[in-house]
Design a binder for this molecule. Sequence first.
Ligand SMILES: Cc1ncc(COP(=O)(O)O)c(C=O)c1O
Length: 425
Amino acid sequence: MSSTLLPSLSPLPNPVSAMDELHFAPRLLMGPGPINADPRVLKAMSSQLLGQFDPQFRRMMRETMALYRAFFETHNDWTLVLDGTARSAIEMVMLSAIEPGEKVLVCSFGRFGQLLNEIAQRCGANVHVVQAPWGTVFDLGQIEAAIQSFSPKLVAICQGDTSTTMLQPLDGLGALCHRYGAMLQVDATASCGGTPLPVDAWAIDAVTAGLQKCLAGPSGVAPITLSDEMARTIYRRRHIEDGLQPAGYVPGAGKRIASNYMDMAMIMDYWSDAGLNHHTEATTMLYGARECARIFVQEGLPQAYARHAAASRAVVAGVQGMNLKPYGDISNKMPNVTGVYIPDGINGDKLRAALLNDFNIEIGTSFGPLAGKVWRIGAMGYNARPDCVLQTLAALEIVLAAEGHRFTRGAGVDAAYQAYKGEHT
Ligand SMILES: Cc1ncc(COP(=O)(O)O)c(C=O)c1O
């Protein structure tokens, strides 16, 4: 007999206390994301709402497209921002590009590779998964062998899989996929902005992202860029919804996309010069997305990547200095997040709680096989700064010492400080 039990929900607070103004302790978010938003992003998001067809708003949308072309180093026309969190963008691309039964090869090296697999399955694709052990990445030969034997229409992979903190090298993968007639979709939610991702140079057909990591904004919209080939594949399936079809409308030759909300072809129509209505725009989130890209482009791509790389070196030096071991193949580590083994005898959650309650600092736990074994320390976006990194490491030293971990007090923070100073000499 199947269970009809619903999830439990404990009693809600008294409505009188729910009437209090929001008043939070000021946290420093040094986990795998989300992280603290850049104050400039919050300021942009306090701008008054506009109608989504107001010429001012349409101009702002086009500026946002231009800024994200710079961010992704691409000339792709179809570079825009979707309403929905990062996984919605992954799903929109797959659902819109892949007709049921078409083949998708998923290259998975962590939990977010598993998510790519799950989304592809739910889209009705014929999915084959190749798996790299957690803590490692693929070499292109492994992927080539899988493409040769499976002949997929689409290859899907993460650039950075936050669950393992590994960063997949992507240079050459787009060309490889194209050689065998496949397109390449990359989930760069966790990595873009912290490490190079030249979309045109690397010939990637679809990249999806989120604001909540190195872009220093809140989650809720998803920057995306599509190659012409990917855009054409999707637009072949254009079926405008009944109430909106213009005179002379001819549907595309491809099968109608199974979801209205996730219909990328209709979203292209909405962002196009035709400005065809679709959903009600999340205007405030777009203001935020525009500011995130503006901050990034103003800083300069190489400078932003160097800032993340410096933070990464400092975190690694810091944890090693306190006699902790980084997780996985650190030569392929994401610069913006570092996995660290929880030492024997230390309760990882208790230590995280002490960091949060006594220092207002949040670091991350882990999922699946790494749960209870690895912490994840992020230094990204607005928080990829020496003060945030050193403050986090100093607090970590105090709580580790209190829990009886053996190391030379001060050695971690000193090593991180030296790593930063070394950058400047
Ligand atoms: C690599 C990666 N992909 C996808 C997602 C899903 O993003 P969202 O929670 O914004 O849907 C995340 C979230 O942390 C992620 O790290």
